[in-house]
Design a protein around this ligand. Structure first.
Ligand code: IPM
Ligand code: MN
Length: 367
């Protein structure tokens, strides 16, 4: 028998722990059905731990996660994450010190964010249905404005200067583009890959993206149609003609922005899931939404995004380990989510007609 897969569970802040709890419940059911073994271990990284350890709420005086703790996570097959963000901890401390640190140090260079409207889910787009909204955004996850370069000069004075730098490396861009081309080929729909950037203004960094996109496409992916959108136009098309898209590839910061728009057209943060993927290492899966502090402990947050993240975890691990049972488990969880959606009155917090736990139970029943 195969060795059990090892999953690190990081519930995180706010409503994170209660939504991943539902995912873990679903995992138990589907693992029994598909007969694969797994272990989970809970970790308490997040704002509460940071504050309890004496971290300053205003500036990073402690590491929310240390290098050694990240090395421990590297021993796991996957990380299942709830949410990062605490109302009493200043913006940036946990985001940079925990979430981005894990993404960077575990080299999870792909952020995979499908935008799928399930039947029965309401989209704010007029006259659009599930047949129109079904595409995948591949967001580069380690470079661009996110690498953290920059600084202050004369901080706090009237002559203050602040810089924030954007990088694009040929290596980083190329590995992301190749992954996206491969993904688009495997997805086997329109076989069209749209690069989203801003080549008319970011004439260095995005020129590199543009050249790499065309060179790699010409050399190795003649079967994939190449398409290009400026990021502003892309936002317009997401709303006007989402059915046009198949697979998109986008630098980190624009990817962050367009995937929130994507999440809204697929019915909101309650259903949007994402994966931070290192194709040869430890990947991390999370609902795209935040920690929703004001809803914490109220049993009102939709866990479908977290359960969708679990489905993706199983699908990616199943592929990585060439384990058909795990892959099938992921596909079945995704199918159960699609079946559950028409049964929920609304997808937004507090208006689902069922609570967080009850939606988790429904998925287990549908399995
Ligand atoms: C996301 C989030 C993060 C990001 C924040 C919390 C650092 O918005 O996962 O999209 O910008 O990547
Ligand atoms: Mn975001």
């Amino acid at each position: 028998m195969a060795t059990p897969i090892k999953i690190a569970v990081l519930g995180g802040d706010g409503t994170g722990p209660e939504v991943v709890r539902e995912g873990v419940k679903v995992l138990k059911v589907v693992a029994e059905q598909e007969k694969f073994q797994y272990t989970t271990k809970d970790f308490d990284y997040g704002g509460n731990r940071y504050l309890a350890a004496g971290g300053d709420p205003k500036k990073p005086t402690l590491e929310p996660i240390t290098d050694a703790e990240i090395e421990e996570l590297r021993q796991y097959d996957a990380i299942y994450l709830g949410a990062v963000g605490h109302p009493d901890v200043a913006p940036g401390i946990l985001e940079k010190g925990l979430l981005l640190k894990m993404r960077f140090q575990l080299d999870q260079y792909i952020n995979l964010r499908p935008v799928v409207l399930y039947p029965g889910v309401e989209t704010p787009l007029k006259d659009k249905g599930p047949e129109h909204i079904n595409f995948v955004v591949v967001r580069e996850n380690t470079e661009d404005l996110y690498f953290g370069g920059g600084g202050f000069l004369r901080k706090g004075t009237p002559n203050e200067v602040a810089t924030q730098e954007m990088i694009a490396t040929r290596f980083g861009v190329e590995r992301c583009l190749r992954w996206a081309f491969e993904y688009c080929r495997k997805r086997n729909k329109k076989k069209m890959l749209t690069l989203v950037a801003k080549t008319n203004v970011l004439t260095y960094a995005h020129d590199l993206w543009w050249r790499a996109f065309n060179e790699i496409g010409d050399a190795d992916y003649p079967d994939i149609k190449r398409d290009y959108n400026h990021v502003d136009a892309c936002c317009m098309w997401f709303v006007k003609n989402p059915e046009f898209y198949d697979t998109l590839v986008v630098p980190n910061m624009f990817g962050d922005i367009i995937t929130d728009l994507g999440a809204m057209i697929q019915g909101g943060m309650g259903v949007a899931a994402g994966g931070n993927i290192n194709p040869t290492g430890t990947s991390m899966f999370e609902p795209i939404g935040g920690s929703a502090p004001k809803y914490t402990g109220k049993n009102v947050i939709n866990p479908l995004a977290a359960i969708g993240a679990l489905a993706m975890l199983l699908q990616v691990l199943g592929d990585q380990k060439a384990d058909a049972a795990i892959k099938r488990a992921g596909d079945r969880v995704e199918a159960a989510i699609a079946k559950a959606c028409p049964k929920l009155d609304s997808m937004s917090a507090g208006r689902m007609g069922r609570g967080t736990r009850e939606v988790g139970d429904l998925i287990c029943e549908l399995l």
